[in-house]
Design a protein around this ligand. Structure first.
Ligand code: PLP
Length: 231
């Protein structure tokens, strides 16, 4: 079993290679270590190895880890569906909420961020095709929600996030990644005053392809921490 540092090195070099193929700068890609189901010891090991960005998909689980993990400039990303009764905790603990999938949720987050006296960075989560994921907006909803959310003073939309279907062949996911980039570019053409930069896409088995297609954030769990054991 390779050590965590070896696996981290390996992933970073795959990101660098994908950037070379696509003529991109590796510094434009943020590696998010997805720590769901993993114990604090594993998360702390990652922070000690230099990982700064962590992804969790359940607020309840995340808040047991966020206060105890130590390191400089750590940023926690919420990448799973957010229930409205957890929105306050999410605003308190996360640097970026990637899973905003409705105007209602955005309005609630805006109100809570206002009460907390902050501006909360978010991504809008979209559904690109026939993926099994229940969360996410289609393209028409996206434009509609974007138009409303950009008026909210306590939210800042940084970009788009998606969880495309899991397909054994990473090449088969490429069209989905490309579509997410095209949707972002289309929004930026329509609303050039508030350009979206981030594209959060790509997981353990397909992040190379995602980087080739423009990902600025890749969310990697299994390839860093090993298989997850769900209780
Ligand atoms: C679990 C999860 C990941 C990481 O998946 P791996 O295949 O383990 O890399 C990425 N994104 C989201 C939204 C997840 O829930």
């Amino acid at each position: 079993m390779p050590t965590f540092s070896h696996r981290l090195e390996r992933i970073r070099s795959r990101i660098t290679d994908a950037c070379a193929r696509a003529g991109r700068d590796p510094r434009d890609i943020t590696l998010i270590a997805v720590t769901k189901t993993k114990p604090v010891e594993a998360v702390q090991e990652a922070a000690d190895a230099g990982v700064t960005d962590f992804g969790e998909n359940r607020v309840q689980e995340a808040v047991t880890k966020i206060p105890v993990i130590t390191g400089e400039n750590l940023r926690w990303h919420l990448i799973g569906h957010l229930q409205s009764n957890k929105a306050k905790l999410a605003v308190e603990h996360f640097a970026l909420v990637q899973s905003v999938d409705s105007a209602d949720l955005a309005a609630r987050l805006n109100r809570l961020a206002g009460e907390a006296g902050k501006i909360l960075p978010i991504l809008l989560q979209v559904k690109l095709g026939d993926e099994d994921s229940k969360s996410g907006m289609d393209e028409a909803e996206l434009v509609n929600v974007f138009r409303q959310v950009r008026e909210l003073p306590h939210l800042r939309i940084d970009g788009l996030m998606s969880v495309p279907p899991f397909l054994d062949d990473p090449e088969a996911v490429r069209p989905f990644f490309r579509r997410l980039r095209e949707w972002r570019d289309a929004i930026n053409e329509r609303f050039p005053e508030t350009p979206l930069k981030e594209l959060s896409m790509g997981m353990s088995h397909d992040f190379d392809v995602a980087v080739e297609e423009g990902a600025t954030m890749v969310r990697v769990g299994t390839a860093l921490f090993g298989e997850r054991n769900y209780p």
